[in-house]
Each structure stands twice: as structure tokens, then as C-alpha cells.
Design a protein around this ligand. Structure first.
Ligand SMILES: [Zn+2]
Length: 246
């Protein structure tokens, strides 16, 4: 028991962004290693011979990496939640950007978006159900504009001339789906959480299914031709749900 206590130590660094706590593990490792878990706990492993100052300097040197990784984990976790239920929280992710959510008393229900915040105006600020409805309507309207623009762009570029319709839904197991018979594409509302490059990738992916039914060699060849960086874009969505269920 004593040994375990000796090997673990709670540490903390002061940063311009507030205090950052980490658990210091003394192990038989060569270098200093740092790890951030999905619950946002930071662990630094270091050899017993390395003094504390070196470890603190290491943490401060890697501050940008820590902050960036924490943001990345938070973004992934947000995407897993139902996007329309985010209104009762204090922040919302839209197209890869974090916005503070302010619920403001107003005579009419509407949403204002500025550079850093989203203001949800409503008559009764305590009516959380109403807040969710207003947010869902706002996100759907925003999504319609974005997907409409992207569909037009990629239909033109792929020379797909048959009119198609699309709908946006909260889906749990895929980012998009395509019904070639009905000429209809369904997009996951959660795509709005990520940078627009991710939504654009799903748009092209689904449009290409009108030309290629499955995910064969020719499908990926076409994908690479129109979007040479599609793998990078796919990575944004990786470890979430699959792109489509075909
Ligand atoms: Zn597919």
C-alpha cells in the first residue's frame, strides 16, 4: 500500500487558462509520457530519477497539446449526445466551433448567433422544453441551408442531374443514408457539430452512391478523384458512427 501511495502524486500547474491538475506516476519509463483519458484526467508517467521541476516544465511546454486534446475529447463527447438536447447546457458546438449558450428573456422566440455565442430568446426562460424546441428548429434550419448548398455544389461537380431531395434527422448509427430509388438522402443532424469539411465529405459520399451502389474499388476511386483529401475528412468522423450502413 505504501508503495502505491509513493508512486502516485497529485500535481497541479497554474496556467493562464486556470489550474490544470494531473496525476504523476513514478514508473520505470525512459522518458516522460503524458496521457489524457476520455474522462479528461491527465496522467504523466516519469522515471523516479527525473526531478519534479523537469516534469512541471514538461507539462507547461505541452500546454497547447493538453488544451487541444481536451477540446478534441469534449467535441467527440458532444457529438455522441443528442445535439438538440444541448440547449440546457452552457455550450454548443456548431461546425467545429464552440459557442456559449445564453438563454435570454424576450417577447418572441428566436435565436441569434454571434462570433462566440448563441443567444436563445424565449418568453419563459425556465421552460427547458421550449429551449430545446427552439434550438432544434434553429439547428434544422441551419442544417437545411448548409446541406442544400453542399448538395447543389456536389451534384454539379459530379454531373448528377436528377433532382433529389434530402432530409436531416437525428440518427444514432450513421452519418448519412441514400435511397437511390426515391432519389433521397438523409443526413445526420449531428454532422453540424463538426467542421464543415466532414459534412461535405458525407454529401459527396452519399451522392456517389447514385453512381456506385456499394463501397467497392470504383466507389473509392471516384471519391478520391473528387475529394483527394477524403481520408482526412473521414478521420474527423472516425470512431463515431459509420458513414453509412450499406
Ligand atoms: Zn456509403
Amino acid at each position: 500500500m505504501k508503495k502505491i501511495l509513493y508512486n502516485q502524486q497529485n500535481c497541479c500547474i497554474d496556467t493562464p487558462y486556470g489550474e490544470i491538475a494531473f496525476l504523476l506516476l513514478r514508473k520505470n519509463v525512459k522518458n516522460i509520457n503524458m496521457r489524457i483519458r476520455s474522462d479528461l484526467t491527465i496522467t504523466i508517467s516519469a522515471n523516479r530519477k527525473i526531478n519534479e521541476k523537469t516534469i512541471y516544465d514538461f507539462a507547461i511546454k505541452n500546454l497547447n497539446w493538453i488544451l487541444h486534446t481536451i477540446e478534441k475529447i469534449k467535441l467527440k463527447q458532444k457529438a455522441k449526445q443528442k445535439i438538440t438536447s444541448l440547449a440546457d447546457q452552457t455550450e454548443l458546438y456548431l461546425l467545429g466551433k464552440k459557442y456559449d449558450v445564453h438563454i435570454i428573456n424576450s417577447k418572441t422566440d428566436k435565436v441569434f448567433i454571434s462570433n462566440k455565442s448563441i443567444q436563445i430568446m424565449q418568453k419563459d426562460i425556465l421552460d427547458t422544453q421550449k429551449t430545446q424546441q427552439i434550438t432544434a428548429a434553429f439547428l434544422k434550419k441551419t442544417g437545411e441551408k448548409i446541406f442544400n448548398k453542399l448538395c447543389r455544389k456536389w451534384m454539379k461537380l459530379t454531373e448528377f442531374n436528377t433532382p433529389l431531395t434530402f432530409q436531416i434527422r437525428n440518427m444514432t448509427s450513421r452519418w448519412g443514408s441514400c435511397n437511390p430509388t426515391k432519389k433521397k438522402i438523409t443526413f445526420n443532424l449531428k454532422l453540424l457539430v463538426f467542421p464543415i469539411q466532414a459534412a461535405e465529405y458525407v454529401v459527396l459520399h452519399e451522392i456517389l452512391h447514385f453512381f456506385h451502389k456499394g463501397h467497392d474499388k470504383n466507389f473509392y476511386k471516384a471519391l478520391a478523384k473528387f475529394m483527394p483529401d477524403y481520408k482526412e475528412r473521414e478521420k474527423i468522423l472516425k470512431n463515431q458512427v459509420s458513414v453509412c450502413a450499406e
